[in-house]
Design a protein around this ligand. Structure first.
Ligand code: AMP
Ligand code: ZN
Length: 120
């Protein structure tokens, strides 16, 4: 990743750079997707833009194509790993449950996905 796009001490920038290990699910020039370390569903994958944005609202404000691509990648992951149905959750702000301040969508899929609580 270019220095400009990278933020020091950001966990997901380090995962994208390979400095912190992850279980990769998908990668292209715009996004990196990997299994959540604490899965809440049969399929629980994080779709992360390679460029550092603090949250999904910043992605939306800066790059519509990237935001649409994150949804397309989520759909593809749900298709590959489950039956194509999925929930896509963007916790935005600490009060809303965001703990890593690099934008990411939680792709939740599999048989019992609908019964997962919205928050712990
Ligand atoms: P959020 O609370 O929406 O910011 O989501 C952050 C997610 O990152 C949580 O679901 C964590 O389980 C997940 N997470 C934290 N550290 C790692 C890691 N090293 N590898 C994979 N997932 C992680
Ligand atoms: Zn980052």
């Amino acid at each position: 990743m270019s220095e400009a796009a990278r933020v020091e001490d950001c966990l997901f920038c380090k995962i994208i750079d390979g400095q912190v290990p992850s279980s990769k699910v998908f990668e292209d020039d715009m996004v990196y997707a990997f299994n959540d370390i604490e899965p809440k569903a049969e399929v629980h994958v994080l779709v992360v833009p390679k460029h550092h944005y603090a949250n999904v609202a910043q992605v939306a404000a800066s790059d519509h194509e990237l935001l649409a691509h994150m949804v397309e990648v989520a759909q593809q992951i749900a298709q590959d790993k489950a039956d194509g149905q999925f929930r896509l959750i963007f916790n935005t702000g600490e009060q809303a449950g965001q703990s890593v301040f690099h934008a990411h969508g939680h792709v939740l899929a599999g048989s019992k996905t609908a019964s997962i609580p919205m928050a712990d």
